[in-house]
Write a protein that binds this ligand. Structure first.
Ligand SMILES: Cc1cc2nc3c(=O)[nH]c(=O)nc-3n(C[C@H](O)[C@H](O)[C@H](O)COP(=O)(O)OP(=O)(O)OC[C@H]3O[C@@H](n4cnc5c(N)ncnc54)[C@H](O)[C@@H]3O)c2cc1C
Length: 398
């Protein structure tokens, strides 16, 4: 048995960075907002390397000291045979405390006026005959009807992460090609020899086939160490095995805690981002940098943008103007559309590169002044022997 308990202007499903930011902005815009989260504690367990550039974070929030575990100013990439490329223009970057940040973002949404419900997985969503949307939550996986609660709203914001099940009820095909998903394994490591101010990236098919391995220092001799293997080259248990082998080899005697696995979408961003009055944000919308799998800065920005646009789409009489919601996609395409296309194009190529080719790129990049490395240079080096691809690259950077 279930009943319609509550009516809202906007329901946000998923309280990760995208959903919490969407709820915060929508509630700040004066709307009645419900934020649903399937887990009992938002952000736990952490499934993230926790790296973010200052610029990416500052686009949405003034960085708070309590969100930052360490600050890094250098990055280094190591090719399969060990050729090192110093990347000098990374700017200031942070390794975050995501557990703390995710909790704070939800708190900020609640302070802005959103109602938050933890342990509330949305199991179904659809349009009602009156043109509103119904969302059913159930915390009883063993029964289709027991323990269900139904909510209604004029607008939905789906921020349910990489799996993005809810989007399918509205006609989005969220299945990912094996080439567009990385299976990641990651852990916290405490060990001697972790450099405190440098992020290190390892490439090579014996380290992380079609992906890369990262070491992000967390301060006090600890680091987030993880790797992603492209779906088309992954088999059960491979990412975890490769990760543990690397840690054993690189940090003998190191202490490993919090080992988890997770999926990273490295796909094109979903179009359309809005159907009817349903908006997709964050990993659910594949708003991710396909080259490195970073989605945090995009999720924060997209969440705030979607929440602000949704709140502004309500007229003075309380009715929603659905057309106004399209401003979300327009703005996203303008600010990040091209950037995402470039990173996707580069990923498509690098994913299939063999070790000898990765070595050749690293060798030529290692001769570039570190401060001058950019996507364009990487493209030029990568495609210099292939005129057709070079032409394609130029078109992307026009
Ligand atoms: C291993 C790994 C390492 C990463 N490292 C980095 C990094 O270093 N830097 C970076 O920028 N990005 C990184 N990312 C990507 C980054 O974590 C994501 O892009 C970001 O978390 C996306 O935020 P989101 O809010 O869209 O989704 P999520 O953070 O996944 O949040 C989705 C939320 O929705 C909830 N949910 C799901 N289904 C439902 C439902 N039916 N009902 C209610 N709630 C639901 C989930 O429980 C979750 O809380 C990494 C990802 C992985 C997997």
């Amino acid at each position: 048995m279930y009943s319609i308990d509550k009516n809202y202007d906007i329901i946000v499903a998923g309280s990760g960075p995208a959903g919490a930011c969407a709820a915060m902005s929508a509630a700040s815009g004066g709307r009645r907002v419900l934020l649903l989260e399937r887990k009992p504690v938002p952000g736990v367990p952490v499934r993230c390397g926790e790296g973010i550039g200052h610029q990416g974070l500052a686009l949405s929030f003034e960085p708070r000291p309590e969100w930052i575990k360490s600050t890094v100013t250098r990055a280094r990439m190591l090719s399969p045979s060990g050729i090192g490329v110093e990347i000098g223009n990374v700017g200031k970057s942070y390794i975050l405390d995501r557990e703390r940040m995710d909790a704070d973002l939800v708190k900020m949404a609640v302070e802005a006026g959103a109602e938050f419900r933890a342990s509330s997985p949305a199991v179904w969503a659809g349009e009602t005959s009156s043109g509103r949307y119904s969302v059913i939550c159930s915390n009883n996986p063993n029964s289709p009807t027991e323990g269900q609660t139904e909510f209604e709203a004029s607008c939905l914001i789906l921020a349910d992460g990489v799996e993005s099940r809810l989007a399918r009820y509205f006609g989005w095909d969220t299945a990912l090609r094996l080439e567009d998903i990385e299976t990641a394994a990651f852990a916290r490591v405490e060990a001697a020899g972790i450099e405190g101010d440098c992020c290190t990236f390892y490439t090579g098919n014996s380290v992380a086939p079609g992906g890369y391995l990262w070491v992000f220092p967390r301060g006090a001799g600890a680091a987030n160490v993880g790797l992603g293997v492209i779906g088309s080259r992954c088999r059960s248990g491979l990412p975890r095995k490769l990760l543990l082998d690397f840690i054993k080899r690189t940090y003998p005697g190191g202490r490993v805690t919090d080992l988890h696995c997770g999926g990273v979408p490295v796909a094109k961003w979903v179009r359309p981002l809005v159907r009817g009055a349903v908006m997709l944000v964050g990993d659910a919308a594949r708003q991710v940098n396909a080259i490195n799998g970073a989605g945090l800065a995009y999720s924060l920005y997209a969440g705030r943008l979607a929440g602000t646009v949704a709140a502004g789409a309500f007229r003075g009489d309380g009715n929603l103007c659905r057309k106004a919601l399209l401003g979300y996609q327009r703005e996203w395409a303008k600010v990040f559309g091209k950037q995402q296309e470039r990173s996707f194009a580069l990923k498509e190529f690098i994913m299939s590169a063999d070790d000898a080719f990765l070595d050749r790129i690293a060798d030529s990049l290692s001769k570039e002044p570190p401060g001058k490395l950019s996507y364009l240079r990487v493209f030029m080096r990568t495609f210099s022997s292939r005129p057709l691809l070079l032409l394609k690259a130029f078109k992307l950077f026009r």
